[in-house]
Write a new protein. Structure first.
Length: 481
C-alpha cells in the first residue's frame, strides 16, 4: 500500500497507534514530578546526576526521530511501529525495576529510542490511512489533542502514581498498555511502505544526522549547568553542527537520501517545521517552569502538582476539535496565529506570579486559556506539516515535525533554565530570599517564552500566507510548486 485508503477500520487504527503515541509524549513530562522521590529512594546526592533520567530520554528521543521516520517508510510502517513499541515496553519495565541510577538512566536511553521509532511511524500510519482533506484533518485534530495535552497529562498522572503507588509505577504503567497495543496492532493496523523504486539505505546519512541531533540535544540540555560560554558547551555545539553539515552534504550527493531536501519545497511543510520548532520550545519550557514554581516556591506535593494541571490537559482535548474544524475551513494560518497569541497572553499572566501564590486566581485562569492556545497552535501545525506530502514521504514528514518539536523543546527548557538560574543567583547576592529570587527568575523566563511565542506567530503569518490545506476528499494531492 502506497497511498491513503478508506479502510473501514481506520478509526480503530487511529485509536491503537494514538494510544502508543500518547504514551511516548506522556513519558517526556511524567518523570518531572517524580524526580525528588527517585533521588531519595536511590540515595542520589548529586542533583545533576538524577537529571539524566530526563536528559537521557530527551537525547535519544530527539536524535533518532528522523531515522525512525525514514525506516518506517522503507521497511514497513507497522513493522517499525511494533519494533519501537517492543523496545519502549521492555525499557519501561527495566526502568521500574531499576535499583540504581545507572540502570535507570540506561533504560531511559533505550526507552527514548523506542519512543523515537514509535512517534513518526504512528503518525505516518495515520497519514496514509486517512484520505487527505476534512477526514484526515479530523484524525490529525485528535492526534494534536493527544500530543498537546500529553505534557500536562504527564504531570497529572506522574503526581498521582508517585503519591499512591511509588515512582516505579510511572514506568510500570506503560507495560500493560504496550502489551495491549502490540496485540491489537496486527488485526487493526494495516501495513504500508513507500514505493521508492529501490531498497538502498542511506547509512552514512543515518549515522551523521542521528549522532548530530543527539549531540545537539545533549549540549543544549547541559548548557545551563556548565555555562553556555564554557569550552565543553562550545565544542559540543561545534561538533553537532559539523555532523549535521556533513549530513547535508551526504544528502545532496547520495542517490537515495535519507531526507530528500525537496520536501521543503512544499511551503506548508517548511512553515510548519519552523513554527513547530518554536512551539515546542514554548510548550515544554512552560510546563517545566510551572512545575518548578509550584513545587519549589509554593511547596505543593507531587499529587497537588499533577491535579492542578488537569485544567490544561482536559481543556486542550475539548478545544482540539474546534481547532481542527477551523483549520479545515479557514486554513492553518489564522488558527495558528490566534493560538500563539493566546499562548503569549497566558504566559503574560504567569509573569505576575507571586511568592505566596494560590491556584486561584494566580494560576487557574492562565491554565485554562493556555489550553485553548495550545490546541489552536498544535493541531494546525500538525496538519500543515503533513498536508500535500506524498504517501511515500509520510514517515519522513512525520519524523521531521517530531524532531523539530523535540529539539525546540530542549532548547526552550535550556533557555528558560539559563534565564531563571542566572537571575535568581543575582538576586540572592543582593539579599533577596530564595523564594523571592526563584519567583523573579521564573517571571523572567516567562517573558522570554512570550517572545518565542510571538516570533512563532510572525513566522506563521508570513510563511503560511496563501497556503490552503483544505482539499475535497477524493481529489489528488497537489504537487508542490
Amino acid at each position: 500500500m502506497t497511498a491513503a485508503h478508506p479502510d473501514s477500520r481506520r478509526w480503530l487504527t487511529l485509536a491503537v497507534v494514538g494510544a502508543a503515541f500518547f504514551m511516548t509524549v506522556l513519558d517526556v513530562a511524567i518523570v518531572n514530578v517524580a524526580i525528588p522521590s527517585i533521588q531519595t529512594d536511590l540515595k542520589i546526592t548529586d542533583p545533576t546526576t538524577v537529571q539524566w533520567v530526563l536528559t537521557g530520554y530527551a537525547i535519544t528521543f530527539g536524535g533518532f526521530l528522523l531515522l525512525g521516520g525514514r525506516m518506517a517508510d522503507l521497511l514497513g510502517r507497522r513493522l517499525i511501529f511494533l519494533v519501537g513499541l517492543t523496545l519502549f515496553t521492555i525499557a519501561s519495565l527495566a526502568c521500574g525495576l531499576a535499583n540504581s541510577i545507572s540502570v535507570l538512566i540506561g533504560a531511559r536511553v533505550v526507552q527514548g529510542v523506542g519512543a523515537a521509532i514509535i512517534s513518526p511511524a504512528a503518525l505516518s500510519i495515520v497519514t496514509t490511512t486517512f484520505e487527505e482533506g476534512a477526514e484526515r484533518n479530523k484524525a490529525l485534530g485528535i492526534w494534536g489533542a493527544l500530543g498537546g495535552s500529553g505534557a500536562a497529562a504527564g504531570v497529572l498522572f506522574g503526581g498521582i502514581l508517585t503519591k499512591y503507588l511509588g515512582w516505579e509505577w510511572i514506568f510500570f504503567v506503560n507495560v500493560p498498555v504496550g502489551v495491549l497495543v502490540f496485540a491489537l496492532t496486527p488485526p487493526f493496523v494495516p501495513e504500508s511502505k513507500a514505493d521508492l523504486g529501490h531498497h538502498r539505505f542511506d547509512a552514512a546519512g543515518a549515522v551523521t544526522v542521528t549522532s548530530g541531533l543527539a549531540l545537539l540535544v545533549y549540549a543544549i540540555s547541559k548548557a545551563p549547568d556548565v555555562g553556555w560560554g564554557s569550552a565543553r558547551t562550545i565544542l559540543l555545539l561545534l561538533a553537532s553542527v559539523a555532523l549535521i553539515a556533513a549530513f547535508a552534504v551526504i544528502e545532496l550527493r547520495t542517490r537515495s537520501p535519507l531526507m530528500p531536501f525537496s520536501i521543503f519545497r512544499i511551503r506548508s511543510v517548511l512553515a510548519a517545521n519552523i513554527v513547530g520548532f518554536l512551539l515546542g520550545a514554548v510548550i515544554f519550557a512552560n510546563f517545566f517552569v510551572l512545575t518548578l514554581y509550584v513545587q519549589e516556591v509554593l511547596h505543593w506535593s507531587a499529587l497537588e502538582t499533577g491535579v492542578t494541571f488537569l485544567a490544561t490537559a482536559g481543556t486542550t482535548v475539548i478545544w482540539a476539535g474546534v481547532a481542527q474544524g477551523l483549520t479545515t475551513k479557514f486554513g492553518p494560518r489564522p488558527v495558528i496565529v490566534i493560538g500563539l497569541i493566546v499562548l503569549a497572553a497566558s504566559m503574560g499572566w504567569y509573569t505576575q506570579i507571586p511568592v505566596d501564590g494560590h491556584y486561584w486566581p494566580d494560576l487557574l485562569p492562565a491554565y485554562v486559556t493556555f489550553a485553548l492556545g495550545l490546541a489552536f497552535a498544535f493541531v494546525p501545525v500538525t496538519i500543515a506539516a503533513l498536508a500535500q506530502v506524498a504517501p511515500r514521504d509520510a514517515g519522513l514528514a512525520s519524523g521531521l515535525i517530531n524532531t523539530n518539536q523535540q529539539i525546540g523543546g530542549a532548547i526552550g527548557v535550556a533557555i528558560a533554565s539559563t534565564i531563571f538560574v542566572s537571575h535568581s543567583k543575582d538576586l540572592l547576592k543582593t539579599g533577596h530570599t530564595l523564594a523571592e529570587a526563584r519567583t523573579s527568575g521564573y517571571q523572567w523566563a516567562f517573558w522570554a517564552l512570550i517572545a518565542l511565542a510571538l516570533l512563532a506567530a510572525v513566522a506563521a503569518y508570513v510563511l503560511l500566507r496563501g497556503t490552503k490545506i483544505e482539499i475535497a476528499e477524493g481529489e489528488p494531492t497537489a504537487e508542490p510548486a
